[in-house]
Write a protein that binds this ligand. Structure first.
Ligand SMILES: Nc1ncnc2c1ncn2[C@@H]1O[C@H](COP(=O)(O)OP(=O)(O)OP(=O)(O)O)[C@@H](O)[C@H]1O
Ligand SMILES: O=c1ccn([C@@H]2O[C@H](COP(=O)(O)O)[C@@H](O)[C@H]2O)c(=O)[nH]1
Length: 240
């Protein structure tokens, strides 16, 4: 255990699906999955309770599937299934790094993993397992960001950490607008009013309603998850 005390005791980390493909254009890059899993397993040694929600953008996104002629809801179910694959990969890797992990899916698939149940998830937490919540909210037309805010509220998490492809929240999408300026801190109200699309408005609204601080930071910077939990991170804080 390190000498500094973690800023947060129970966190929900939203892991970008897209980031899991590393340098490839699709799917999972084992080295990237292992790097993230090792960091998450390390948080358990700091006494931090960790839950993960993982996206599916490295495999399927409903809107993209819909563009190829499949109806949107079916595309969204495909996206949710993609998140289950990512969750299984992360869970297996976390266990290789010495922590125990339990995958719970919002869609029933008992041969594959447990179905989400809040009381059971809380019990797993108490026993020290890393929780991985798969299949988003279980409903089409939602995102894993909203699932992350929902599970963070249900599990009584102190913070929602969005580990993503950018190093914070900007005045506009920095990948599209080179003049975008990065915030160190921004209020929920401003993030929603300015439609800052780093997370969807439903996710920001749930976080605001439950007073859960959201920290947006780069998953590509090694050690960034731990640094954020310890309060030394370089992300943007979205709060009240
Ligand atoms: N105002 C903004 N500030 C920062 N990033 C923004 C903003 N608006 C849009 N973005 C984009 O949001 C992206 C992060 O959200 P996105 O939902 O696409 O990814 P994710 O949730 O990390 O991944 P996945 O959907 O694969 O799980 C960034 O890569 C960035 O390009
Ligand atoms: O509650 C949910 C969560 C996700 N989806 C679908 O899955 C994909 C992948 O999730 P990302 O948040 O984009 O990483 C998403 O595009 C949706 O199609 C969902 O339907 N419901």
């Amino acid at each position: 255990m390190s000498m500094t005390t973690p800023l947060y005791r129970r966190v929900l980390v939203k892991i970008s699906g897209e980031a899991l493909m590393g340098g490839a254009g699709f799917g999972l890059d084992p080295a990237t999955v292992d790097r993230i899993a090792e960091e998450v397993a390390g948080l358990r040694n700091e006494g931090v309770e960790v839950a993960l929600v993982v996206g599916g953008g490295n495999i399927f996104r409903g809107v993209q599937v819909a563009a190829s002629g499949i109806d949107r809801a079916t595309g969204d179910y495909m996206g949710m299934l993609a998140t289950v694959m990512n969750a299984l990969a992360l869970g297996a890797s976390i266990e290789r790094f010495g922590a125990t992990a339990r995958v719970m899916s919002a869609l029933e698939m008992p041969a594959v993993c447990e179905t989400f149940s809040r009381p059971k998830a809380l019990r797993h937490f108490e026993r020290g397992h890393v929780m991985i919540f798969a299949a988003g909210t279980g409903n089409p037309f939602f995102t894993t960001d909203t699932a992350a805010a929902l599970r963070a509220a249900e599990m009584g998490c102190d913070a929602l950490l969005k580990a993503t492809n950018v190093d914070g929240v900007y005045t506009a999408d920095p990948k599209k607008d080179p003049t975008a300026v990065r915030y160190d801190r921004v209020s929920y109200d401003e993030a929603i009013a300015r439609d800052l699309k780093v997370m969807d408005a439903a996710a920001f609204a749930l976080a605001r309603e439950n007073r859960i601080p959201v920290i947006v930071f780069s998953i590509h910077e090694p050690g960034s998850i731990k640094a954020t939990v310890m309060g030394n991170g370089r992300g943007t804080l979205v709060g009240g």
